[in-house]
Write a protein that binds this ligand. Structure first.
Ligand SMILES: [Fe+2]
Length: 154
């Protein structure tokens, strides 16, 4: 009989082949900082709102899309500010990469808000963008700093 060692394997993302479902929070998504985890959870809840959103053409449903977009931009801004502050405090070496990613997200949200102001309620495109962006952000970019955060913890 052969004994096989037990190993812990982090989720591996093969773009286009395997997309983990972040709609339900799991402990393995934690970056090791309660504030950042709570912000991630809030933002993922907003992404879930987008996936369940239905535009029926009424003013109320169009307004609801604008509210979701505003929330996605507002809470992401707060999260990015917190994240950049925490990472600066620990002297994280890839902080500039994080800032670039955050800037790209901000610019994309401005594009969606601009399009929505001009009547484009493109829920499918927004949902695709958010799923891809937040999965990569949390499971790849942010997981990369979680070890540095643990090392810097008092
Ligand atoms: Fe983050």
């Amino acid at each position: 009989m052969r004994t096989v060692a037990t190993v812990t394997v982090r989720p591996i993302v093969f773009w286009g082949y395997f997309m983990p479902d972040l709609s339900e929070w799991k402990p393995e998504y934690s970056v090791g900082n309660r504030t950042l985890d709570l912000q991630h959870q809030r933002l993922l809840a907003l992404c879930k709102q987008v996936s369940s959103y239905m535009c029926d053409g009424t003013k109320a449903s169009v307004d609801a899309f604008h509210v979701i977009l505003n929330d996605l931009a507002f809470y992401a801004k707060k999260h990015f500010e917190t994240e950049e502050m925490v990472l600066a405090q620990i002297g994280y070496s890839k902080l500039s990469d994080q800032r670039e990613e955050h800037d790209a997200y901000r610019e994309k949200m401005i594009e969606y808000m601009f399009s929505a102001m001009h009547g484009s309620i493109d829920k499918v495109s927004l949902q695709d963008y958010l799923e891809t962006w937040w999965i990569k952000h949390i499971l790849v970019s942010d997981m990369d700093y979680s070890e540095a955060l643990k090392r810097a913890a008092p």
